[in-house]
Design a protein around this ligand. Structure first.
Ligand SMILES: NC(=O)c1ccc[n+]([C@@H]2O[C@H](COP(=O)([O-])OP(=O)(O)OC[C@H]3O[C@@H](n4cnc5c(N)ncnc54)[C@H](OP(=O)(O)O)[C@@H]3O)[C@@H](O)[C@H]2O)c1
Length: 297
């Protein structure tokens, strides 16, 4: 399959490197990263070890329309990226969002119809170590689905090539629900770990933060429910605490962005939940507070 990964950072470069085992992969990323890859090959260390030449560019000038375009920029870059990326989209192209955040689908939909979009939720972990080098920090599960639940043969082909490459992947008939489950979990973990500059595990060790996680999770789940997602609070809190427990030694992506002095994805996670909470006249105090606090620091 011909694949373009748009946004060769941590997760995009990892998936690109793994998929390049049995597909034609082109990476589009920042100049310094792609120049290093073209010179030395793309290097993946940690849970996976790969060193491979993967064709990389800083723009789409010499790239042809792919069968699969993976969008792996941060949520705040999706819109800008799509303006450029749309030029590569042809009839055959499936555009797949490999991102966290609850508003990427709407941003992508402005440029491509829903039937040609796939959403990919993954619990793999990756860190951008240095130019040309990615660390695969943790294996995880990956779920792919069409947002309308209309999973075509093409989508099953994509799932097949993911599995063949070694990315354990399943299809979901309700990928929007999966996206929201991850969104609610992130809304309850990421801002708190950033404000308290702590590893995920500290949220369970500190009894006050443990209670606060529960309260945020409840508010986010109630808002998601009002938006039509049939999610149960008790299940969501269990899932959230399980993630905290399993990633207790990790620094959340939001905290990592903050430490690097970069923008965070707060507006696409808690910010979206807040907007829906306001619109549906529900309690949104905690999400409002977190969005303001994170944006102010
Ligand atoms: N890393 C993980 O373990 C992981 C796991 C699951 C999901 N996710 C999600 O995946 C998405 C990407 O995360 P990430 O950690 O991979 O972020 P990242 O390392 O910042 O990667 C994004 C890359 O895309 C580049 N970029 C942005 N706009 C571009 C453009 N128009 N053309 C070319 N390159 C562009 C960025 O460059 P600049 O930094 O210079 O802007 C950056 O190098 C996020 O939504 C994240 O939440 C990440």
């Amino acid at each position: 399959m011909n694949i373009v990964v748009y946004g060769a950072g941590a997760i995009g470069s990892l998936f690109g490197a793994i998929l390049s085992k049995n597909n034609n992969v082109v990476l589009i990323g920042r100049k310094s990263h792609v120049e290093t890859i073209n010179k030395n090959g793309l290097i993946v260390k940690g849970k996976t070890n790969i060193k491979k030449k993967v064709l990389s560019f800083e723009n789409i000038k010499n790239v042809s329309s792919p069968d699969l375009m993976i969008i792996s920029v941060k949520s705040y870059d999706t819109e800008k990226t799509m303006i450029e990326a749309k030029k590569l989209i042809s009839k055959k192209t499936v555009v797949m969002s490999l991102q966290n955040g609850l508003d990427n689908l709407e941003k992508i939909e402005k440029y491509v119809s829903r039937d040609k979009i796939a959403v990919c939720i993954t619990t793999h972990g990756a860190i951008f170590s240095k130019l040309g080098v990615i660390i695969h920090t943790g294996f995880g599960k990956t779920i792919i689905g069409n947002p309308n639940g209309e999973n075509t043969n093409k989508l099953f082909d994509i799932v097949k090539i993911f599995n063949e490459a070694g990315i354990e992947t399943t299809v979901s008939d309700d990928i929007i629900c999966e996206m929201w489950i991850k969104g609610i979990i992130n809304s309850s973990i990421n801002p708190l770990t950033t404000i308290f500059n702590c590893k995920n595990g500290y949220l369970l060790e500190n009894p006050i933060l443990d209670k606060l996680v529960e309260k945020i999770c409840k508010e986010s789940t109630d808002i998601a429910y009002s938006y039509g997602l049939d999610l149960d609070y008790n299940e969501m809190i269990m899932k959230t605490k399980k993630v905290i427990y399993e990633t207790n030694e990790n620094f959340s992506s939001m905290l990592q962005s903050y430490k690097k002095g970069k923008k965070t994805e707060i507006d696409s996670i808690n910010g979206v939940i807040l907007k829906i909470g306001k619109k549906n006249e529900l309690n949104f105090f905690l999400n409002d507070f977190l969005v303001h606090l994170i944006n102010s620091i």
